[in-house]
Design a protein around this ligand. Structure first.
Ligand code: FAD
Length: 319
């Protein structure tokens, strides 16, 4: 039997929504039995959500070697042992900051092939797709060994409900803490409540934003939409926004359902970081701006006039 295992990334609000897209991808193999591996000890609280997306077994993972929460190498050792124990063929997770680190450790311990930041997965043929050269090409990678490990770019695969009954399993890995690494502190980004790489909606301000305080205009719209706020490199270089907000080739890679670009020219380097967005809306004063050839909806207008109106209309609709 083909078994797919998924590392479930959790945070303050429980299971991160982007995990459900990874579970959906794993279901692409018609016969796969889906195992979810939970490391934070709250597996029972996540049962309803995970089984509604088709997870058949939830493995609540603990160790004899101490608390898993702040020890990336202990987590990796526990996961590698569990993947082996449950005879998982494909081990998947989110290509988030934590996921890229953790899955690389797991793959190294298992001596398994690893493909990071996949934008598509077909487990039946053991192929994945991966964007290269700033998104100009997409490579199809065939994985010729089992088990293998892949991380999936958050939000690239649409989550689809597939309710089933799942079993909760406690598994204690016999690994010990190598003691080499411990996360002491995680400092929260100062840029809004919603994490850019996991946001379903992003509103980005480009160079014409003109000043750091003008991002408040976008933040107000973002608050109504439940969105995150991003910036172009030109805006970051000008000191209007921190680098943590930069999207693009030398910034973050995002894949929201809706991307609203305000005062963006549409450079290839910016698009390298957001071209997999499902719907792109552009607001630009110049009708000839390249972004209008790459967006789904375009508004020719001044962002300082359009965004407040948009915020007002959305607020009215919401109330
Ligand atoms: C190696 C390399 C890596 C790079 N990496 C990145 C990256 O990661 N991310 C990134 O973003 N860029 C990156 N760049 C920079 C990129 O090439 C562009 O210079 C940059 O994206 C332009 O930013 P912008 O669209 O905000 O500004 P601009 O190019 O200045 O465009 C502003 C646009 O806003 C319009 N406009 C002006 N005023 C208004 C207004 N009031 N309302 C609405 N529209 C208005 C203008 O018509 C124009 O089209 C990189 C470049 C290089 C060489």
């Amino acid at each position: 039997m083909f078994k797919a295992g998924i590392w479930i990334e959790t945070g303050e609000n429980g299971v991160k929504e982007a995990n459900f897209g990874v579970i959906t991808a794993a279901r692409g193999h018609g016969d796969a039995e889906i195992h979810a591996f939970v490391l934070d000890g709250n597996a029972d609280a996540y049962q309803d959500a995970l089984q509604s997306y088709g997870v058949q077994k939830i493995v609540s993972l603990g160790t004899d070697g101490g608390d898993l929460s702040s020890k990336p190498d202990l987590q990796a050792a526990a996961l590698a042992e569990a993947v082996n124990h449950f005879e998982i063929t494909a081990f998947l997770g989110l290509s988030s900051a934590r996921g890229r680190d953790l899955l690389a450790r797991v793959a190294a311990l298992m001596d398994a092939p690893l493909v990071q930041d996949c934008i598509g997965i077909d487990l039946s043929s053991q192929t994945v797709s991966k964007s290269h050269f700033s998104g100009k090409t997409v490579a199809t990678v065939k994985i010729n060994a089992n088990p293998f490990v892949c991380s999936v770019r958050p939000n690239t695969i649409e989550a689809q409900i597939a309710p089933c009954q799942c079993e909760l399993i406690e598994y204690r890995a016999s690994v010990q803490d190598p003691g080499k690494l411990a996360v002491k502190e995680i400092e929260k980004s100062r840029t809004g409540a919603v994490d850019l790489t996991e946001a379903n909606i992003i509103i980005t301000g480009g160079y014409p934003i003109g000043a750091a305080e003008n991002y408040n205009l976008l933040q107000q719209c973002a608050d109504v939409l439940g969105a995150a706020v991003g910036a172009s490199r030109a805006a970051v270089d000008a000191g209007y926004a921190p680098h943590s907000m930069q999207i693009g080739q030398t910034g973050k890679t995002v894949s929201p359902k809706l991307y609203i670009g305000c005062g963006l020219s549409g450079s290839v380097q910016h698009f390298a970081g957001m071209k997999t967005s499902k719907v792109i809306v552009a607001i630009n004063t110049d009708a000839e701006a390249p972004i209008f050839e790459k967006c789904d909806y375009g508004i020719i207008g001044d962002l300082f006039e359009v965004v407040p109106v948009l915020t007002q209309v959305l607020r009215e609709q919401k109330s």
